[in-house]
Design a protein around this ligand. Sequence first.
Ligand SMILES: Cc1cc2nc3c(=O)[nH]c(=O)nc-3n(C[C@H](O)[C@H](O)[C@H](O)COP(=O)(O)O)c2cc1C
Length: 168
Amino acid sequence: MKKTGIFYGGTESGNTKSVTDKLATFLKVPSKDVINIAEANIETLNKYDCLIFGTSSWGIGGAHYDWEDFVDLLGDLDYSNKKVALFGLGDQKKYPESFVDGMGMIYCRLNAKDNVVGYTSTEGYNYYFSMAEREGRFVGLAIDDDSQPELTVPRLKAWADQLKNEFQ
Ligand SMILES: Cc1cc2nc3c(=O)[nH]c(=O)nc-3n(C[C@H](O)[C@H](O)[C@H](O)COP(=O)(O)O)c2cc1C
């Protein structure tokens, strides 16, 4: 696989970090390439051919606050030779009207959507609205470790296999 960096936005309860670490294991991404977005800048992102951005969700349209600061810089990133994939954590039972909105917010701010890979089906989820749903599919992987924890690992494994192909 091409040089891949996983950038996660903070973590309050530890869910996002735990999911990030599992994904890194399934993709064989070394820990030095697993980076908190609060410690990254555009030069850090430019070192990678493939970028994976992950965040939890905090209210309607909200990503983790570390991402709130970083998204303004995304417009400066040159994606021409890069692939980007997104994952988002959320809770469809408690927040069914804004499920995984954090992932949708990051997607909105990407200026080269043609280079986004890792879209997934919305089947198996139950919610009213998500900013991360476009044309009937999620713009990345949606993880609900609060109300569907038993699906986290199978979903991550399947997505890691998908990315291994789509990052080629
Ligand atoms: C105050 C608060 C607001 C939240 N808002 C949303 C939301 O709008 N949409 C959603 O899908 N999940 C929402 N969540 C759920 C979190 O995104 C979810 O629990 C996530 O796994 C937390 O990951 P973290 O601890 O790594 O930050 C919210 C949780 C809290 C505590």
